[in-house]
Design a protein around this ligand. Structure first.
Ligand code: NAD
Length: 295
């Protein structure tokens, strides 16, 4: 996407952190922005902050774990600005902990908020973007935790790997109709993700319900997040990447070594398979109908 002026970006989790930074970057490029967030008072404050920077911003209440709420928020965005061109499926929460300690409701919450929300946001907006015919772009927020899975972060990583997977597939599906897809994979960024219990919905126990995994690692998580990079750097990087139509958006180049370690282990495992006597009869077997991966 090259043309940003007068167009509209819809950002979930737009009241804080990465969402607000992307809204600011798109706003500075001349876009109207919709800040869709479960925390309406924070979204209003963020919209006022953007307005003071001459950015047209509208706050909209939305719990991304509900498909219907995303549909309603999309209609509000269209009522405000006519069309939506960029969608940042960004809202997310953090859940982790040793095996057996992550409660069912915490699994449900992270899958709904981090993973299914991206499905809802995409399915709601694809027809709307298609209908105006001006093209568009999705930015799905994953994480470096969508590339590597450190012990103790499995619920978070499972959702972020899924966001990477969906983005890779949709990138191929949507390119022919002039809709780009990027997947944002940052390392630590200075936001409030370590306090994501503040947005816990009643259906998962409410804000007073403390997730034991988060409680046990609170201090360490806070330290890591607060030593992260400035969110506005990420917003600017995202704008740059959307202009260039990049699929993968990394913000911490020094973390390449972690990805390399994982991919080398995977490639080595293929070599082990190729040398395996148990696989001697199937060595050359590859499904001919496999879709060509599109990097
Ligand atoms: N901060 C980091 O180090 C980091 C690194 C990689 C990826 N991320 C990802 O960035 C995204 C944004 O997080 P952040 O770091 O800016 O955290 P943040 O807590 O500062 O912002 C998250 C925003 O999402 C909103 N939100 C939470 N649940 C919601 C829901 N159900 N519906 C709508 N809005 C909801 C919150 O109210 C908040 O405004 C998340 O997907 C997170 O996983 C963060």
């Amino acid at each position: 996407m090259k043309d940003f002026k007068g167009r509209t970006a819809f950002v979930t989790g737009g009241a804080s952190g990465l969402g607000l930074s992307m809204a600011r970057a798109f706003g500075r490029a001349g876009m109207n922005v919709v800040l869709a967030d479960i925390d309406m008072s924070a979204a209003k404050a963020a919209a006022e902050q953007l307005a003071s920077e001459q950015i047209k911003a509208v706050p909209v209440h939305c719990d991304v774990s509900e498909r219907g709420a995303l549909r309603e928020a999309a209609l509000e965005a269209i009522a405000a600005f006519g069309k939506v061109h960029v969608v940042c499926n960004n809202a997310g929460v953090a859940v982790g902990g040793p095996i057996g300690t992550v409660r069912e409701r915490d699994w449900d919450r992270i899958i709904d908020v981090n993973l299914k929300s991206v499905v809802y946001g995409t399915e709601v907006f694809v027809p709307l973007i298609k209908s105006h015919g001006e093209g568009g772009h999705f930015v799905n927020t994953a994480s470096m935790a969508g590339m590597i899975s450190p012990p103790g972060l499995e619920p978070y990583c499972a959702t972020k790997y899924a966001v990477v997977a969906m983005s890779e597939g949709w990138h191929g599906q949507l390119a022919p109709i002039n809709i780009g897809v990027s997947v944002l994979c940052p390392g630590f960024v200075r936001t409030r993700i370590h306090e994501s219990g503040r947005a816990r919905q009643d259906k998962y126990g409410g804000i007073g319900d403390v997730d034991p995994g988060v409680a046990a690692t609170r201090e360490q998580a806070a330290q890591s997040v607060l030593s992260g990079i400035d969110p506005d750097i990420v917003g600017n990087r995202v704008l740059e990447a959307v202009k260039n139509g990049e699929l993968y958006i990394f913000t911490h180049p020094a973390m390449k070594a972690f990805a390399e370690m994982r991919f080398q282990a995977i490639l080595a495992a293929f070599d082990t398979a190729a040398a395996s006597p148990a696989l001697a009869s199937v060595k050359d077997h590859a499904p001919v109908t496999l879709l060509t991966p599109k990097p």
